[in-house]
Ligand binder design. Structure first.
Ligand SMILES: [Zn+2]
Ligand SMILES: [Zn+2]
Length: 367
């Protein structure tokens, strides 16, 4: 009783400690609000027009920033659908087998009905021992959350949450708006920062807030800009941070561009089809997070030769049919089309589906 009790106390303490970085950010944001709105705009700026414009723009950016941050923190990461979990009988079957090869045989049989195309480095089916499930493509087990997370990007201590399929758009917007927030403060605070050194500011406590506001906003701008640029590159390439570190392995081998469909479609996979939702922290990503369209050929669709080439896979890519364009069995097709957001798959005709099962792009389907 005692060991399990102490374990749960330790787990509880850890859970509290994980919130410290979030609290730290929240305190900095709260102080920046006080320093900018009260000390800079209301106390120090004399021109009414300038004051009103700064306050208006500031509050728009502030609301979007806090909204995106909130959504990144409190959106629960999605776990694999129950189709990927082992059934009771399969679990028993797996337990009875002690040879790795026989276990793989069982897993391969289950995987046949699922839209799984990636493998481990050794070519085995990706199986999570802890969650007792077959990992969908791009899904990874997070040791902090102790769960399998769909399209896991990374576990972020600054939001005390896993960044994955369900909140990656929010995370991108959080980076964008926090960068905008810091840049706006830096730009508008600059002239008062200069006045501080030229003794142009009245000798009140406001001048120290103005000084530290400039230092902290410019410092955060640099680190946020580098992180934001890196994640923009990842979105363009359709890679998660984990996939950028280690390329996904398909049946035909490692392919770092395995999920890339070209810039426009990669972007829409995260931000959705409707332009009006792109800047808003509302869920609009495409797909169900369990299955992802892939070109299944060792060609980068972003290369100029491939989209117009005679390769049927890349041809389908240019015609906007790859949601989903990969060869699908009945069950896989059901899994994909059960999500209404794959709107393009709904409109696909039978002819399109036949086109998608062209032998040239069924490399992954062959036993
Ligand atoms: Zn797991
Ligand atoms: Zn996590």
């Amino acid at each position: 009783m005692a060991p399990s009790g102490s374990r749960s106390i330790r787990r509880g303490c850890k859970r509290v400690l994980y919130w410290i970085p979030v609290l730290f950010i929240a305190l900095i944001v709260a102080w920046s609000y006080y320093a900018y709105v009260l000390q800079l705009c209301i106390e120090s700026i004399e021109d009414t027009g300038e004051k009103v414009v700064y306050l208006l723009v500031y509050h728009v950016v502030f609301v979007l920033f806090v909204w995106a941050y909130w959504q990144t923190i409190f959106t629960r990461p999605l776990n694999p659908l129950k189709e990927f979990h082992l059934s009771h009988s399969d679990k028993e079957l797996l337990e009875r087998e002690d040879r790795g090869e026989s276990q793989q045989e069982i897993l391969r049989r289950i995987a046949r009905d699922l839209p799984i195309y990636t493998r481990t480095n050794s070519g085995a089916i990706r199986f999570c021992d802890r969650c007792q499930l077959l990992k969908p493509d791009r899904c990874h087990h997070c040791s902090v959350c102790d769960k399998c997370i769909l399209k896991m990007d990374h576990h972020c201590p600054w939001v005390n949450n896993c960044v994955g399929f369900s909140n990656y758009k929010y995370f991108m917007l959080f980076l964008a708006y926090s960068l905008l927030y810091c840049l706006f403060i830096t730009a508008t605070d600059l002239q008062y920062f200069i006045k501080f050194w030229t003794k142009g500011l009245p000798d009140t406590q406001a001048k120290f807030h103005i000084l530290f506001l400039f230092f902290s906003a410019s410092m955060f701008s640099v680190s946020l800009a580098s992180l934001f640029i890196y994640h923009c590159w990842l979105v363009c390439k359709n890679r998660s941070t984990l996939e950028a570190v280690r390329a996904p392995v398909f049946r035909h081998g490692t392919d770092k561009n395995g999920f890339s469909l070209g810039f426009s479609k990669n972007f829409r996979q995260v931000f959705g089809d409707e332009v009006k939702f792109w800047p808003v922290p509302i869920f609009s990503s495409l797909g169900d997070g369990c299955s992802f369209p892939t070109c299944l050929v060792n060609l980068d669709p972003e290369l100029p030769s491939s989209p117009t080439g005679s390769n049927p896979a890349s041809k389908a890519a240019t015609e906007g049919r790859q949601f989903p364009s990969k060869p699908l069995r009945e069950s896989q097709s059901r899994l994909l089309t059960s999500t209404p957001s794959w709107s393009e798959s709904d409109g696909a005709t039978d002819k399109d589906k036949k086109g998608a099962s062209n032998p040239a792009i069924t490399i992954e389907n062959e036993a």
